[in-house]
Design a protein around this ligand. Sequence first.
Ligand code: ISL
Length: 513
Amino acid sequence: MFENKVIYQIYPKSFNDTTGNGYGDINGIIEKLDYIQDLGVDYIWLSPCCMSPQKDNGYDISDYVTIDPLFGTNEDYQRLITQAKARGMKIMMDLVLNHTSSEHEWFKKALQKDPKYYDYYIWQDAPNAIESFFGGSAWTYSKEVGKYYLHLFDSSQPDLNWANPAVRKDIYDMINYWIDKGVEGFRLDVIYLIGKEPDKLITGHGPKFIEYLKELNENTFQDKLLTVGECWGTSLEEQYKMCHDKGLSEAFHFNHFLLNTADGKDKWHTKELDLKELCDCFDTWQNEYTGVEALVTGSHDAPRMISRWLNDTQYRMQSSKLLITLFGLMAGDLYIYQGEEIGMTNAHWHDINKYNDVETLNAYELLKEQGFDEKTIMEKIAFTSRDNARVPMQWNDTSNAGFTTGNPWLDVVDNYTHVNALRDLTNELGVYKYYQKVIKFRKEHYDWIKQKAKFSEDNGVLKMEKPKFTLVANFTDQKQAHDLGSTGDVLFNNYSKVEKQLMPYQVVVVCNK
Ligand code: ISL
């Protein structure tokens, strides 16, 4: 039902500031709706905009039904829904259901041992071995309560107790409030954690997870809205359970993002992308998975894909085009993260003072404790930090890249003078226009795209063969051989010609004869 949609993710804080306070806002998004629509977008997913102390940039919500004044008002949000709809686009809201902010009224009452709200969170007399995703123990002692509460993320993000039916009921009411306002899609933050059983050290995909998902769906979305669950490192079986039986429409698994990590988990210890592993990953999710794949090319939780897989300097534009050709010609729903469509890159900062992300700042301390020297730590952070993708949108070459007239909450990347939307859009061979072309093709030829594919790699060249067309993509900065032979019509090419050899980062798609 929701196949072949294009979803554009906005990180509101960094998109477009209309007040000059240095933070992006909802009116700033409204101002850019034509820009988004022209790309061919069906859904706009906004990272959280509700009331929050912003310790984790809004993924720490203190009031689920009020828009944070930092971004505007509930009326602004309503206007955004209406104006997006007028352009044929739907709003997808980010739901943070695994935890609240410690400033949420529920947690404040829990701290006062309120008989109702105490049980909204998870308490233990003593911590166990569970670690926070942001480093250190997942348990923090509360003097008021005399016990430890669980937080799988920062200590300012206490985990909700989904085993309590009252919590679930409050959550359903809140979601229905937004459905009534016209929200037509939901992204469910770290949803695979809600069925946890911490006393048994179970966090992800816990025993009650699927039951909770089904109940959630029955009481809210009822299969009528596009829902995408955020998971990490999911198996086929887990994905099947979440999505096939009246739970979610689809889920991120991010298995391809994890290929850069040395052990498949710890993001701070990386290795180079192995194309063979990438082919295996695509093969699994394109050919074995029977549901709809959420095709993600980037997010606010990951450094820019062109910076870590490809080349973001000399071959920046070719790399951006390679990325969207490859993902855009695979089956599923396509998720684009703001800035990719103009070829934005990592920030590459080597000064810790430039960073804002709670996860990055914690990692800096932990890596120091682990004995790494400053230079190595900063290399790791410059490659991996989430802030690489959270920097302000680069709209033009005026100061602060046209993002704000004030002081941006996070610096803009220096390359904005030549990497910006205005410049890219005026270039017939720009990245944005190429994205438009791929998206248009995708919409018109989805019957070709949804066919199964054969993936292979040879000398840094990835090949994807579908019954109707063949794609070859050179992931190296050297010329490489290809075997397209006497080709059919060229559908896509990020260079002007197809020569005997592929140029660095060249992608070519030809119709099969
Ligand atoms: O990127 C990550 C995995 O390597 C983690 O940093 C990330 O926190 C995790 O993927 C969960 O992400 C989601 O929940 C977090 C929030 O910080 C992220 O921004 C959000 O997308 C806690 O709500």
